[in-house]
Structure formats: structure tokens, C-alpha cells
Design a protein around this ligand. Structure first.
Ligand SMILES: [Zn+2]
Ligand SMILES: [Zn+2]
Length: 343
């Protein structure tokens, strides 16, 4: 089978290779991939900013059909429509594993980073990580369960009350999902971007996000102040990973506001105004990836129509056209790009 493999660390080194079809071992299932999404972190990996266990098949956001059950698997049947958490191995013994915080286990191995992932036709997942798709969730949407779970994780780390003003900085897929999850909690949501993000801000409007702001043309602070009697935003989610956005997020918050860092800075050093955190008594939370408890609620959000993930898909390519996919993302023309397997 053909697989899109990061062959070596460093810039590039991405190749479609022939790989042997894997077999499901004990307590594992074999999934035929229908769609696999390209994540911002895959771009970082391509560009050499992230370490993965090369050579490895990338792709940690995927959905497909179960085609083989390993020994000891009774929870699933052949033909089940599923997605899988990225967790492939955890130590199971550290304090984080015991509390279900697998995203923090030091020994965790993830699909598409340390273990072969979804940019191919078949992959192997551990049965504990696999989730069946609810009726109203199609394969395209389901391939975005992982990023949605990441945003569910971030939003769940803050407290949002009905009518709170939430600012989401960065209208990429993660920002657009965060905005929808925050709205599902009753918030009034403002999403911000730059001139280059026009397509993404238009998408936010289409998704019913309350306010979309191009911060190169409009004064975001003025809007936030007008909506909050000058107090400032209740919650800010920084989803761009752009260094100036972190400062802007702190500026927009009210006293006792909450700041959630979701975007990845890819090794950039970030000056962060601790004085402002003291003076405004801001609560800062980081959110890394997702954990098991985020998955079923994320599938439910899509099933109930509270999150429209499919609307983010602007491009689909088969894995041999990965360079076109990369260009579409880098140019700002694409929002979410899904890859499909080839024979
Ligand atoms: Zn991802
Ligand atoms: Zn552990």
C-alpha cells in the first residue's frame, strides 16, 4: 500500500512509499482510512520544526472503517465506522495515565508521529482509542474529531458562562472549531484574523460566529469595549501561535479574565507580560492536544449539529498530491485539507 512517509528529520523528506499492509495484533483493530486531515503540526513536521519517529507515516486526524479485528476485540465489528484517538501507547502507570490525562504521559506514542498514521490506506489502532461514529457524523467530519477534541479540551479548561464575551485569535481550523465550541457553551464569540485570512473570516461568518474582525483594518479593542461596557473580554483563546497575538490577548482581557493558549509557537520565544497577569488577576491556561474524555463530547457536538466541521474542508487531494495540498495551505487559500488514500 502507498503511504506518505516522513523519511528523515529536517526540512522536507516527505515521500510516497510502498509500505507493507499492517495486521491487527492483540487488542488492536485495522482501519481502512477514508479521509485524513492535514494538521498545522504536520506542516511544522514537514518543515523540520517537529521531531517525529522518522521514518513514519504521518496523519493523526482520520476516520474510516474497521476491516480486521485483532485477538480479544469484542467491542467492534467489521464494517464499523470509526475514528481513533491518536494515543497508540501509554505507560499506563504514571499519575497522568491514572487520571486519564494521556496527553501528558511522558511515554505516550501517538499515531502519525511515533507510530504509523493515517496518510495511507490501512492503519492499526488500539481498541481503547477507537470511537464509533454517531449516525449524523460522516467520514469527512469525523476525520476532524481530533482537532475538535483539542479545542474541546481547551474550552473545557476555562469557565464560560452564558453571554460571556469570548475572543478567538486566529481563524484557522483550530480557531474556527474553538469558536464553535465556545458558542455551544452560550458565549458571544468574536474571531479575529488578518487581511490574509479573508477566506477564513468569511467562513466564520457563514458558521454564525457573532463577530469577525480583521485586526489590520478594524479596532478590536474598541469592539470588545463596546460589547463589555469597557470591562474587556471574559475569555481569550489564542489559536494562531503568532507571538504578537499573545500580547494582544492579554490586552483585550478584563480583570479576572481567562487566557487560553492553544496555538503552537513552534520554538519561537514569546515575551509574556507577567505584570499584566498580576495587575488584572488573569488566569492563564495552556492546552496540549486532547485526552480520552474529549472524544465522545466532540462527536456529540457534531452529531447534534452544534459544530459544523465539514464546512471547514476546502480541498481534498489523494496522498500523492501532498505537495499541492501543502501549497494550498501555505498560500492561505485552504482552510482544512483532507487527504485520501490510493491503491
Ligand atoms: Zn493535529
Ligand atoms: Zn503514563
Amino acid at each position: 500500500m502507498k503511504a506518505l512517509v516522513k523519511t528523515e528529520l529536517g526540512f522536507g523528506n516527505l515521500e510516497v512509499q510502498d509500505r507493507e499492509e499492517p495486521k491487527a495484533g492483540k487488542d488492536q483493530v485495522k482501519i481502512e482510512v477514508k479521509y485524513a486531515g492535514i494538521c498545522g503540526s504536520d506542516i511544522h513536521t514537514y518543515e523540520g520544526h517537529y521531531k517525529v519517529a522518522a521514518p513514519v507515516t504521518l496523519g493523526h486526524e482520520f476516520a474510516g472503517e474497521i476491516v480486521e479485528l485483532g485477538e480479544g476485540v469484542t467491542e467492534f465489528s467489521i464494517g464499523d465506522r470509526v475514528t481513533s484517538e491518536t494515543t497508540f501507547y501509554i505507560c499506563g502507570e504514571c499519575e497522568y495515565c491514572k487520571s486519564g490525562d494521556y496527553n501528558l504521559c511522558n511515554h505516550r506514542k501517538g499515531l502519525g508521529t511515533q507510530q504509523d498514521g493515517g496518510f495511507t490506506k490501512y492503519l492499526i489502532a488500539r481498541k481503547e482509542s477507537v470511537h464509533k461514529l454517531p449516525e449524523n457524523v460522516d467520514y469527512q467530519s469525523a476525520s476532524m474529531t481530533e482537532p475538535l477534541a483539542c479545542t474541546h479540551h481547551a474550552v473545557s479548561k476555562t469557565e464560560i458562562n452564558e453571554g460571556d464575551i469570548v475572543v478567538v485569535i486566529g481563524p484557522g481550523p483550530i480557531g474556527l472549531l474553538t469558536a464553535q465550541v465556545a458558542k455551544s457553551r452560550g458565549a458571544t464569540v468574536i474571531i479575529t484574523g488578518l487581511t490574509n485570512d479573508r477566506i477564513r473570516l468569511d467562513k466564520a461568518k457563514e458558521l454564525g460566529i457573532d463577530y469577525t474582525v480583521n485586526t489590520q483594518e478594524e479596532d478590536i479593542k474598541e469592539l470588545v469595549n463596546s460589547l463589555t461596557d469597557g470591562y474587556g473580554a471574559d475569555v481569550v483563546f489564542e489559536c494562531s501561535g503568532a507571538v504578537p497575538a499573545a500580547k494582544q490577548g492579554l490586552d483585550l482581557l478584563r480583570k479576572k479574565g481567562q487566557y487560553g493558549q492553544v496555538g503552537l509557537f513552534a520554538n519561537a520565544e514569546v515575551p509574556f507580560d507577567l505584570e499584566k497577569i498580576i495587575q488584572k488577576e488573569i488566569r492563564v491556561v495552556g492546552s496540549r492536544s486532547q485526552k480520552p474524555a474529549d472524544w465522545e463530547p466532540s462527536l456529540a457536538l457534531m452529531n447534534e449539529g452544534k459544530v459544523n466541521a465539514k464546512a471547514l474542508v476546502t480541498h481534498e487531494f489523494d496522498i500523492t498530491k501532498w505537495d499541492e495540498a501543502y501549497q494550498a495551505i501555505k498560500s492561505g487559500e485552504a482552510i482544512k485539507v483532507l487527504l485520501t488514500p490510493v491503491q
